[in-house]
Design a protein around this ligand. Structure first.
Ligand SMILES: [Zn+2]
Length: 315
């Protein structure tokens, strides 16, 4: 089963993805973006949130949900340091001695860490072993119709230091000013999850875990997605720049084989997705589709999807 979610969210005054600090200036990530104006294409620079940033947050939610269900997470991943068994030092914490057979290495990693099962890993030693992430996530980008209104603007802040005047030497500053570039936009992003790949070897395409644990891991993957979206716990600087806004629209499709919803950056993405699914149905494939609206909250849509997966015996 393949799950695909399109999310639109409004974020005012956010600092979800900062890329560098030059002196006292923190810059927001910005990307070139194609927009159409008066029938002509042009490139504008807009604030964006990287897929890496969203993936990091999702994996942190995976850790929490997995531990809550008593499923294995390695020490590095538990700390939110996703080294993913990248070398002997990190792999030895899971399997010691390290086997020579790539299949055994993969199996050892999968059994000891759900984050590396779902998020993939790259063991870059001899023999190298690679596992693709079973979830995919796009950058969050301003939706096309209002991309020209997306802005990033520096905000001035000051940090104060208490100075003891009797011992004041030289020109110790009593306050330091700094700027944080904040973005404001209606963003859209896509998240895909291949439920069939969880607990299954990328080398042999055979299950590495027993069916019950695979079902539990699928459930963790879905719960983590639900939690990430419903709590808005993704991105940086949430402590003082928690975005003002929230999810405005959400669509979700579940199909037997890979199918990705039309990107929510486009107008009419929901209708297009539904029409594309109908074409799929004409080939004899069943599907699930749901969209949030005035009456149905994004969380209710996600729950419906999870219920559908449960009915199908997948979790
Ligand atoms: Zn791990």
């Amino acid at each position: 089963m393949f799950l695909s979610v399109g999310v639109r969210f409004e974020a005012n005054v956010e600092a979800l993805n900062m890329v560098e600090t030059a002196g006292n200036y923190s810059k927001h990530r910005r990307v070139p973006y194609l927009v159409e104006e008066n029938g002509k294409l042009k490139t504008v620079y807009v604030p964006a949130i990287s897929g890496e940033s969203l993936a990091h947050a999702y994996q942190e939610h995976l850790v929490r949900e997995a531990l809550g269900m008593g499923l294995p997470v390695c020490d590095d991943c538990q700390r939110g340091e996703f080294y993913k068994s990248m070398n002997k030092v990190h792999l030895k914490k899971k399997i010691d001695p390290i086997p020579n057979d790539p299949k055994k290495i993969e199996e050892g990693i999968l059994k000891s860490c759900i984050v590396e099962d779902i998020g993939g890993f790259l063991y870059a030693e001899k023999p190298p072993v690679r596992r693709s992430s079973v979830f995919q996530v796009s950058y969050a980008l301003p939706i096309k119709s209002v991309a020209l209104f997306a802005t990033s603007e520096p905000q001035l802040h000051a940090r104060h230091a208490q100075i003891d005047l009797s011992s004041k030497k030289g020109n110790a500053p009593e306050q330091m000013i700094y700027y944080v570039e904040t973005g404001t936009a209606i963003y859209g992003f896509t998240f895909n999850l291949d439920l069939d790949a969880i607990g299954v070897s990328a080398i042999t395409s055979k299950p590495v875990l027993d069916e019950n644990e695979i079902k539990e891991r699928r459930e963790v993957a879905l719960k983590a997605l639900f939690r990430m979206l419903s709590s808005a716990q993704f991105g940086a600087k949430l402590s003082r720049f928690f975005p003002v806004g929230g999810i405005t629209e959400l669509i979700i499709s579940i199909t037997d084989h890979p199918f990705v919803v039309t990107s929510p950056i486009y107008e009419g993405y929901a209708e297009k997705t539904e029409n594309r699914l109908k074409v799929l149905e004409s080939f004899g494939e069943s599907y699930f589709y749901a969209k949030s609206d005035e009456e149905k909250l994004p969380e209710e849509v996600l729950k419906e999807a999870i219920d559908y997966i449960r009915e199908k015996g997948y979790i």
